[in-house]
Design a protein around this ligand. Structure first.
Ligand code: ADP
Ligand code: TRP
Length: 324
């Protein structure tokens, strides 16, 4: 039997190319590693911990689903669903809460970071890792690909699962995190890490004009047009590489080094490479936008599949703890 792979994504904002190359692309490609037993969900219950406006949350969930489908997520291979559509996830969270030590949660970096940023800590924020443990354990997931920032949450999940199994018998699979150390940090237009918090993003599905403007406004140094330039010291070149094959990369590098090639030219090349790369996904997105019922149908079917797996686990859990 193959490994069951599961991961979750928070609907936290408009996706940018840092999200795409840093996380989304790999999470879509999981579907080819283990087709039929891969689960990807939109963690809307987790998003509630920061109390978003209801309409914003709804809009972000739909947009995230649309963007993933446009980028090639195949719902026949990966069960794609909304966390809140799964019966059992909140019930399991409660049961896990009753065996989770406070100390384990007090040590969580994500909680400490949120408080440091001035969030008023609600109980949901504090027990965020318990909900995440429920997400993972409910489907008896073997492998959970996550970013480095989620590593501690996976450790907490494993601790909770081990404790439960010790107290009530072997119900849960102890999941293995898959943390890709090799993922490069994508720079934003200002050269620091691209992030929605830094106002330096290039949107994944921005309007063509706005994308062009964003790229044209990338700050550069004052090397004159005629002077040869070192591509490896240029942020525009770093971004260009994301969208291009070896041949195109070598050709652009040669132009930088030859001189008489200005940053304006480089930006134009970057803009064209971006548009070429995302053209098929933009077309697919436009088609999907015309059929709003399609997203609902995909999420409904995904939830149906996930609910079937979850129901079996919940039966075992409830029996084990004495609720049946
Ligand atoms: P943001 O920093 O814009 O708030 P998130 O924290 O919501 O982005 O990131 C969602 C996912 O995208 C995470 O897995 C994160 O590792 C990845 N990601 C975000 N920005 C980048 C980046 N600049 N380079 C690589 N990966 C990124
Ligand atoms: N906390 C994760 C993040 O912010 C999202 C998430 C929720 C998740 N539940 C999960 C990831 C379960 C993996 C498995 O990125």
């Amino acid at each position: 039997m193959g490994k069951r792979i599961l991961t979750g994504i928070q609907p936290s904002g408009i996706l940018h190319i840092g999200n795409y190359f840093g996380a989304m692309k790999a999470s879509i490609e999981l579907q080819n590693q283990n087709p039929g037993d891969t689960y990807l969900f939109i963690a809307d219950l987790h998003s509630l911990t920061v109390n978003p406006k209801p309409d914003d949350l709804r809009m972000r969930v739909r947009r995230l689903a649309l963007d993933y489908l446009a980028c090639g997520l195949d719902p026949e291979k990966t069960a794609f669903f909304r966390q809140s559509d799964i019966r059992g996830v909140c019930e399991l969270t409660w049961i896990l809460n009753t065996i989770t030590g406070l100390g384990l949660l007090e040590r969580a970096h994500s909680y400490k970071d949120k408080i440091a940023k001035g969030f008023v800590p609600n109980n949901g924020l504090f027990s965020y890792p318990v909900l995440m443990a429920a997400d993972i354990l409910l489907y008896k997931s073997n492998a959970v690909p996550v970013g480095k920032d989620q590593k501690q949450h996976l450790e907490i999940t494993r601790d909770i699962a081990i404790r439960f199994n010790q107290m009530y018998g072997d119900v849960f699979v102890i999941p293995e995190p898959i943390i890709s150390e090799s993922v490069a940090v994508i720079p934003g237009t200002d050269g620091q890490k691209m992030s929605k918090s830094y106002n330096n993003t290039i949107e994944l599905f921005g309007e063509e004009k706005a994308i062009r403007k964003k790229i044209m406004s990338i700050p550069t140094d004052s090397t004159p047009l005629e002077a040869p330039k070192d591509p490896d010291k240029c942020n525009i070149f770093t971004l260009f590489k994301l969208f291009s094959d070896e041949g195109k990369i070598a050709a652009l590098a040669a132009k930088y080094r030859a001189g008489n090639f200005g940053y304006g030219h480089a930006k134009q090349a970057l803009f064209e490479a971006y548009m070429d790369y995302f053209a098929p996904m933009r077309r697919r997105r436009e088609e999907l936008e015309k059929e709003p019922g399609y997203i609902d149908e995909v999420l409904r079917k995904g939830a149906e599949k996930a609910n079937a797996v979850a129901a079996v686990t919940m039966e075992e859990v409830c029996r084990a703890v004495g609720l049946r």
